[in-house]
Structures are given as structure tokens and as C-alpha cells.
Write a protein that binds this ligand. Structure first.
Ligand code: ZN
Length: 347
């Protein structure tokens, strides 16, 4: 069986922006986790491409990863104008890749279905943290016009819309307040426009606030607290509600979301992914678990060096006794079905 993957989260746009490189030439080469050759080799046909506003314009060095950098207090709110500069830059890079025929920014169900069975890589444009949006929400309309169809209200820092979780071990995501009134307005606006609301990085109170808005609960790149209790993972109550609302939880390959040992060494075995997947499927249900790799945004487990190695995850699932039907749901069918429903509700 050929591997086909729809991935719920990558950070290649911020890697290309941070590196100040020619994005089309770089994306055609083999640097980093996500690029044309690696996706072709690993069967990655589609992904959520995150626009992310960092503190500094630089490339994260995973080869010299020190997990201690994640054990820190939550960073302060980012200036809206500073965040907008990086957001517009990364949206422009996505457009350049689109115009070069390397990706297709998909905004509706027919183009997603068509692109998934052919080339190029289907891109769901995602905003990871609404730091660049002010209370007038005008930047949301501008980004929507550029193809944005998914939005995480916060990264792991506060915005005017709500609080993100600081990275932390030994506790779940109940770390602070939920959505502000502006945050509730932002969620309503996303619902109106047909933008997926992503709860990864959001506090647990914020998660319940999104549930109140009556949208399917989606956590694009978060694992199970029952397997590793960290602020960035999901409790069983959260996983259950994701299933009940017809949402999706995407398996994050980032090692510090997989095992306790990774908080000391940065490393985790690939088998840890299987433990999280098995628990997520048990609690959320097999139609509500998918992949959200965090490629180009986190250190990866042993043997998984880039998108080219995705078949190794499929092999690990097969070895663990996951049937072909379940594997197909996790690797691509669940994201395709979810976004198909999402886009259809809009049109
Ligand atoms: Zn993230």
C-alpha cells in the first residue's frame, strides 16, 4: 500500500521566512523537513502550512536542540505590527510556492479533492496565533483573501483574544484564563467565514469557550495527556469532546510531546507515536484522529528525519496491528472528510 498523508501542521513557511532564502529554490531542494522531494518520497500530499510570528527572524536549529529552552515562563504578548510583518511575509512565500506550481493553496472542497489525488501539494493556509490581528479583525479579512482557511487563536503566548499554554511537564492545559470577549468575536467571525478554529496551544478554559461557539473542536497538533502529561497535550475529556463534536486531533511528532525522557535528551522512539495514536483513537474515536506532524517546528523521533520518512510511521502502525482501514483514516481520510464537511457547510 502506497503511503498517502494529509498532515495537519508544518512550519516550513516560517523556516523559509526565517532563513531569508529564495523560497522557491529552497523548497525545491532537500533542506529541512518539508520540501518537494521529501513530500514526494514520503507520500505527503497535503498539509496545513502555518504562518507563525516568532520573536526573532531566525531558523530553529534542531541538530543542536536543547529541551531546556521549552521549560520557560510564557513569553509576553507580541506587538501587532511586528507580528503582521512576519505573517504577511509568510503568506507571500506561500503565494510564491503556489505560483511556482510547488503547492496549491486550496480554499474549497473540489480543489482539495482534485489536488489530493494529483500534484502539487495541497496547502491549507493556517495562522498559528492571531498576534497579527487587532480588535477590528481587519487583518483576518486580508489573510482570508490571501487564502487563509485555518486559525489557531494563540501560540504559547497571550494575545488580545486569549491565553496560550506555557510549555510544561507534569500538568495539563488548565494553566490560565480562556477567551476574551474579542476572542469570542474572533471565533464567531471564523465560523462565519468558514475558517477552521484550531485549539492547539490554547488553554483548557479557552478550549471549552471554543466548544461553546458550536464549532467542531480541532486540535491540529496535540497528543494525549494520558500518555504524556504536558500542557500541550489533550486530556481524555478534551479528546472525547473532539470526537463528539466531529472534530480532529492530530498526532504531533515533536519529541517533547511524546515522552518524559525527551525533556532531558530531546529524543524519543518512533513507537511513542503509536502509544499516543492508540489512546487518541480509543478516546476520540477512529474517525477523529489524524496526523499533525509539526515538521520544521519540532525535533522528530528516532528514524523520522523528514517528511520522506512518513512510510516508517505507517510501517510502525502496521507492526502494532492497526488495520489498513484505520491507517488510511489516520494518515489522510479523516482530514479529507473533515475539511470536505467544513467547506461544504460554508458553500
Ligand atoms: Zn505549534
Amino acid at each position: 500500500m502506497d503511503t498517502l498523508v494529509f498532515d495537519g501542521h508544518n512550519d516550513v513557511l516560517s523556516r523559509l521566512w526565517g532563513g531569508m532564502v529564495d523560497p522557491v529554490a529552497e523548497f525545491a531542494g532537500t533542506n529541512g523537513h518539508v520540501n518537494v522531494p521529501n513530500c514526494a518520497k514520503g507520500g505527503m500530499k497535503a498539509g496545513f502550512f502555518a504562518i507563525y510570528s516568532p520573536m526573532n527572524r531566525a531558523v530553529f536549529d534542531f541538530a543542536n536542540f536543547d529541551p531546556a529552552i521549552f521549560d520557560m515562563p510564557m513569553p509576553p504578548m507580541l506587538d501587532e505590527g511586528v507580528a503582521l510583518t512576519s505573517a504577511i511575509g509568510q503568506a507571500a512565500i506561500a503565494r510564491k510556492l503556489h505560483d511556482a506550481g510547488q503547492i496549491e493553496i486550496v480554499t474549497d472542497a473540489p480543489s482539495l479533492a482534485r489536488t489530493f489525488i494529483a500534484d502539487p501539494i495541497a496547502c491549507i493556509l493556517h495562522l498559528e496565533g492571531a498576534d497579527c490581528i487587532g480588535p477590528d479583525l481587519l487583518a483576518l479579512d486580508a489573510l482570508y483573501a490571501l487564502g487563509l482557511r485555518s486559525l489557531g487563536i494563540v501560540w504559547s503566548r497571550p494575545t488580545i483574544f486569549g491565553d496560550g499554554v506555557p510549555f510544561g511537564l507534569g500538568r495539563d492545559g488548565d494553566t490560565g484564563p480562556g477567551l476574551t470577549d474579542d476572542g469570542k468575536r474572533l471565533v464567531a467571525c471564523c465560523k462565519e467565514l468558514g475558517i477552521v478554529v484550531d485549539t492547539s496551544h490554547l488553554t483548557m478554559k479557552g478550549f471549552w469557550d471554543v466548544a461553546e461557539a458550536g464549532v467542531p473542536l480541532v486540535a491540529t497538533h496535540s497528543n494525549a495527556c494520558a500518555v504524556l502529561n504536558t500542557t500541550r497535550n489533550l486530556t481524555d475529556d478534551q479528546l472525547r469532546l473532539i470526537g463528539e463534536t466531529g472534530g480532529i486531533a492530530g498526532l504531533n511528532f515533536g519529541t517533547i510531546f511524546l515522552t518524559v525522557e525527551a525533556w532531558k535528551t530531546g529524543k524519543a522512539p518512533l513507537d511513542a507515536c503509536i502509544k499516543h495514536l492508540a489512546h487518541m483513537v480509543e478516546i476520540a474515536g477512529e474517525d477523529h484522529v489524524a496526523i499533525g506532524s509539526d515538521f520544521d517546528g519540532a525535533p522528530l523521533p528516532d528514524g523520522m528525519n523528514s517528511a520522506a520518512d512518513l512510510p516508517k510511521l505507517v510501517q510502525a502502525m502496521t507492526d502494532a496491528g492497526f488495520g489498513q482501514t484505520l491507517i488510511a483514516k489516520i494518515t489522510h481520510e479523516n482530514w479529507l472528510a473533515h475539511l470536505g464537511r467544513h467547506f461544504d457547510n460554508k458553500t
